[in-house]
Write a protein that binds this ligand. Structure first.
Ligand code: CA
Length: 180
């Protein structure tokens, strides 16, 4: 399955019904498939059963802090991009969120256009679609660290070779045009 043919399914975690309806409605109009949940517990169960292209996450949730979701995901090796929506605007909070593995921040209140632009930017990151580790036979390629392993043995690779290898691995079993 080609990465770009996957449905753009988003998970929106927001306990304010008004904001959730507004954001989900807007993103649906933009062509996304949006699942909505209102608690940390619902969010974790959705993430356990469904693969999302990105998660839009409020921090102040009724049963806990949204940051615990980010920490949990990253601890599981799940690199689904996370955009945090929050009224907490201190630099310390932002730094903590990014340190915990969030990919981006948007302070409330926000303009809907900015939310869409940020979600699209997250989705454009290649690793967003199919995770950062690519595997093909004996070959494993970490697209973030740019490291390659053959049969588990690390091997050095030049940046240009890494880019070519990644393009080929992401499109395995298909013809890759020279230009690409
Ligand atoms: Ca909230």
């Amino acid at each position: 399955v080609a990465a770009h043919s996957l449905p753009m399914r988003l998970l929106l975690v927001e306990d304010s019904e008004r904001l959730s309806n507004l954001v989900a409605g807007g993103l649906t109009k933009e062509g996304f498939d949006v699942d909505t949940v209102t608690t940390v517990a619902e969010c974790l169960s959705a993430l356990a059963t469904t693969r999302f292209a990105a998660v839009i996450l409020d921090l102040g949730l009724p049963d806990g802090d949204g940051l615990s979701v980010v920490q949990y995901l990253r601890a599981q090796g799940n690199h689904t991009p996370v955009l945090i929506l929050t009224a907490r605007l201190s630099v310390g909070d932002r730094v903590k969120g990014l340190h915990d593995g969030a990919d981006d921040y948007l302070g409330k209140p926000f303009a809907f256009e900015e939310l869409v632009a940020r979600v699209r930017a997250l989705l454009r990151r290649p690793a967003s679609y199919i995770g950062r580790e690519l595997r093909l036979g004996k070959l494993a390629f970490d697209s973030e660290a740019r490291e390659i392993a053959v049969d588990g043995a690390q091997s050095a690779i030049a940046p240009r070779e890494a880019a070519v290898l990644e393009a080929l691995m992401r499109r395995s079993n298909r013809v890759v045009p020279k230009k690409m």
